[in-house]
Design a protein around this ligand. Structure first.
Ligand code: HEC
Ligand code: HEC
Length: 471
């Protein structure tokens, strides 16, 4: 089993005390006078500024993507045909049985076996080489236009000045014709050795990935799709510009996948949504008090702002770093977050503020899934540095393998590296009473759309490749 060593030496604790309270920024900004309450005030003259209710217009295609595209996208999303070794689908890490995530702190990519918590790291030559370094995020509501950036570091984002319309990791290799940034995102998981492509020269996809030839990689995936009669029929039905098999490109596949994600996993019928739309009974009194704290004194809405509780911006909140990291730092096991995308040291350890819609369903939480208890995650946000000090690494959900486990806690075991994460922290502590914390939790639960609580039926019964879906 894992063998966690005590995380904090006296030296770090001293360093933490020295930095706590000295962080600039959002706390002061939050001292602005409260905004005039809108329709939703709790009867007080002053109340929190609440977001506008979400409407169809907030989503691509006014919330009604073409059903033929959606159905095709559903099949592609669950089909392992899109992975080099035909053993991993998008759903492996974003499954409808695990609320569009995988239930793990860090995903086990291609080479692993099983789904969700029971997934293992594979065996023999096919076993995984490394864990995927970041948590598989949920896909709820990403068909809303305001999510103009993807990934924890925002390395893919809408940018009309680029030939493809997106600032993206593939640069000028990135094709034109993608419907939106969610569809554009679906171009990338298939190119990652760990996630879907496979290693070295194992297959024609991983070979193209190893050669850094992404246009060739996407073309080879299209060749697979063109060879499947069922897919050819479905593509012809869904896309007016496809008349014969040879017209199919992976861009079409990505557009279909994006349409499926946007349509299946829209989630805007939570008690909070109903409340914002005028149903004042939709939330309990306790949850309403929690809402006032969230949008008021607890300061959450400084970053978790707007209809989806995110400013779409990047912040450093002292998150414990676990797993193999993104190749940053002297030992290569750090993850500098937004700096990965901008190269700017000022962005170190900043990650995109996640939406809190359906957050009660989507643990483990944080960019490496460090927290497996929602209350602990919220307590972290209330006092990040103290939470870091008491971090219990047993809660990390990491399918065990000795050599992987050896590096999982390398950053946390190094007082200097931990001190760097603490120093970057921009979230000052907030003191709430036990009662207020319960109210805040009740509000967070009220962000859960009851329609998302059972999304099993989003899983197709079978996929056109005939490949198995259960493992
Ligand atoms: C092996 C696990 C794995 C597989 C397979 C996988 N993903 Fe992901 N997905 C992740 C991880 C991890 C991230 C976050 C990476 C980051 O931020 O650097 C992610 C991010 C995303 C995001 C961005 C979410 C956001 O809020 O920024 C979307 C959308 C998504 N994946 C969809 C897909 C689609 C579509 C496929 C199939 C083509 C797929 N994923 C395959 C693990 C996986
Ligand atoms: C300074 C900006 C900021 C403030 C203020 C803030 N958060 Fe966050 N929150 C973030 C960022 C950034 C993350 C992701 C951090 C990471 O993964 O490294 C996050 C993550 C979370 C998560 C985990 C979500 C997930 O899907 O993994 C929860 C829950 C959360 N915050 C709740 C709160 C609550 C409740 C408050 C108020 C007490 C709050 N936050 C205040 C920026 C902020």
């Amino acid at each position: 089993m894992l063998n966690p060593r005590p995380l904090f030496s006296v030296a770090i604790v001293l360093c933490l005390l020295a930095t706590a309270g000295s962080t600039p920024g959002w706390a002061q900004r939050n001292n602005n006078p409260p905004q005039q309450a809108g329709d939703h005030s709790e009867g007080a003259a002053w109340g929190p500024r609440l977001p506008k209710p979400v409407t169809d217009r907030d989503y691509y295609d006014n919330g009604r993507p073409d059903p033929l595209k959606v159905e095709l996208g559903r099949l592609l999303f669950f089909d392992k045909l899109l992975s080099g070794n035909r053993n991993t689908s998008c759903a492996t890490c974003h499954h409808s049985l695990t609320d569009t995530g995988d239930g793990l702190s860090l995903p086990v990519g291609e080479g692993g076996r099983g789904l969700g918590m029971s997934r293992d790291t594979g065996s023999g030559e096919d076993a995984i080489h490394a864990r995927v370094p970041r948590n598989a995020p949920p896909v709820f509501n990403l068909g809303a236009r305001e999510f103009y950036r993807m990934f924890y570091d925002g390395r893919l984002e809408v940018d009309p000045s680029q030939p493809s319309g997106f600032r993206n990791p593939a640069g000028d290799d990135f094709p034109v014709g993608l419907d939106n940034v969610l569809a554009a995102q679906a171009m990338f998981p298939v190119t990652s050795h760990e996630e879907m492509a496979g290693q070295g020269d194992e297959n024609e996809i991983s070979q193209a990935a190893a050669a850094g030839d992404l246009p060739l990689l996407w073309e080879r995936l299209a060749i697979r799709l063109r060879a499947n009669e069922t897919y050819v029929d479905l593509f012809i039905q869904a896309f007016p510009d496809i008349n014969i098999a040879g017209d199919i490109t992976y861009v079409h596949a990505a557009n279909a996948i994006g349409a499926f994600e946007a349509s299946a996993w829209r989630a805007d019928r939570s008690p909070f949504d109903r409340f914002l739309r005028g149903d004042r009974q939709a939330m309990s009194v306790k949850a309403r008090r929690g809402m006032n704290l969230f949008y008021g004194r607890a300061g959450c809405a400084e970053c978790h702002s707007g209809p989806f509780q995110t400013d779409q911006d990047f912040h450093a909140v002292c998150m414990p770093q676990i797993g193999p990291g993104k190749g940053d730092g002297v030992n290569g096991h750090e993850d500098f977050g937004r700096e990965q995308a901008t190269g700017d040291e000022a962005d170190r350890f900043k990650f995109r503020t996640p939406t809190l819609r359906n957050v009660a369903l989507t643990g483990p939480w944080g960019h490496v899934g460090a927290f497996n208890d929602l209350r602990d995650m919220v307590m972290h946000q209330l006092d990040t540095v103290a939470s870091m000090q008491r971090y219990d690494r047993y809660q990390a959900v990491l399918p065990y393998r000795e050599d992987l486990a050896e590096i999982d806690f390398e950053v946390l075991n190094d007082p200097d590296l931990v001190a760097d994460i603490v120093e970057a922290n921009e979230l000052d502590p907030r003191r709430l009473s036990q009662k207020e914390i319960e109210q805040l939790m009740d509000f967070i639960y009220a962000l859960t759309d009851p329609n998302s609580m059972d999304i099993r039926s989003d899983t197709p019964m079978a996929v056109p490749s005939g490949l198995p879906m259960a493992d």
